[in-house]
Design a protein around this ligand. Structure first.
Ligand code: GCU
Length: 128
């Protein structure tokens, strides 16, 4: 099977809002994380079989300061302070990819801001 797209606006949002005022997103919009440590988006991802999978986060950061986030899989941080550097504008989207070991069935993938700037704007997560 090809990659599966999970829109951020359909995920569980902690301290953030769905917006659509910057171009280039997919789906209905993107998540604007609150500018605070701990703002987060959590996706539920289904895997047919256990094993490694590429997880691609699509984001925009119109500042020149990275907006690091911890990436947790099923409650365990698997990438600590992953950097989300500036993309040049809030309308310019780039991706960050990490490889994680999914379990068969339902998995929780959570991206939590670790700086007071909060997370970048996040459009979606793609798996596979
Ligand atoms: C601007 C921008 C938002 C962004 C915010 C931020 O307000 O329009 O989309 O989320 O900056 O700094 O987080």
């Amino acid at each position: 099977p090809g990659p599966t797209v999970y829109e951020a606006e359909d995920a569980t949002i902690t301290a953030g809002v769905v917006e659509s005022n910057h171009a280039g997103f997919t789906g209905r919009g993107f998540v604007n994380y609150d500018n605070a440590v701990g703002s987060a988006v959590e996706w539920t991802v289904t895997a047919a079989t256990a094993g490694p999978a590429d997880v691609v986060l699509r984001y925009a950061n119109g500042t020149t300061t990275s907006r690091p986030m911890n990436i947790a899989l099923n409650g365990t941080v698997v990438s600590s302070g992953l950097t989300f550097p500036g993309t040049g504008s809030w309308d310019t989207w780039q991706t960050r990819t990490i490889r994680v070991n999914l379990i068969a069935g339902s998995n929780k993938i959570k991206a939590t801001a670790t700086s007071t700037d909060g997370g970048p704007n996040v459009d979606r997560l793609t798996v596979g």
